[in-house]
Design a protein around this ligand. Sequence first.
Ligand code: XMP
Length: 333
Amino acid sequence: MQNNVRPETMQRINTIELANAFIEEQVKAVREQVGDKKVLLALSGGVDSSVVAALLIKAIGKQLVCVHVNHGLMRKGESEQVIEVFGKALDANLVYVDATDRFLDLLAGVSDPETKRKIIGAEFIKVFDEESAKLDGISFLAQGTIYPDILESIKQAEGKKAVKSHHNVGGLPEEMAMELVEPIKLLFKDEVRIVGDALGLPHNMVYRQPFPGPGLGVRCLGAITRDRLHALREADAILREEFEIAGLAGKVWQYFVAIPDIKSVGVKDDSRYEGWPAIIRAVNTTDAMTATVEEIPYPVLHKIVARITSEVDGINRVLFDLTPKPTGTIEWE
Ligand code: XMP
């Protein structure tokens, strides 16, 4: 097994050529490690697991089994893209599990953010466990661990306190005693992205903004309801579309919509219209420990307001969160 410390001499991967060399090296290493055995991967559709999937498909093809659990808290179109890219274009051995009802039933009435996180994390492991128990002859578990994850675990082992329990969906129980395959564990995020480019993954997948493991679950504030979650997903899709059009998508580190569990009085078609507010958050940061608010041009904001209030059922106001971190965290929960 490779060790967990990045050698000081390791060259920074900042060109496609270097990425290709890295891929070749890892393809060889993975083939040597797994032989003709099968490897399991929890494929969330995030950058890291997607790059690992593409790399392993190149190395061992159908010996890799990808399991994508849709917890019903994905953004609009994300699970569909996983099926499109991995199931169809790359012809992967993909198991797709739509567990939406399980998650939403368990979360019904739960309003505490940390409890929501714990439920989502634990249920994810349960679903993944159940699915992997149905598979035969799996000897290895692949993971999209990257170097900052390793540095973070070292910090946690030193006893530094976390503000939120950042449970990365995809974490697996320790009793799953399988040997790990972690081909990108010595890479930083920018390097992972270049490797993803070199592997030919779609741009929006490789340059995807960070998305919390519990997904829209911590953006549908308070107790999640299906109607508010639906409104959130649609409003968030509009925000992302308009940021793309305005050329802000690659410039702003993280941008999203959150919807609180409150209604205000509004008016539509000359009638009283009670609806939820959609809160827009758009922040820049280097390490997510502090963050500043991106200045969005008013015409862009006006267009987003007009689209969300006219296209999304149940939303009658749009608010823009001007709070830096601290005091606001990036997410609302
Ligand atoms: P906060 O809200 O703590 O967020 O300022 C900092 C960064 O972490 C992400 N985040 C999470 N990521 N599981 C995750 O995998 C979580 O439970 C979680 N909560 C926050 C957040 O999106 C931001 O990028």
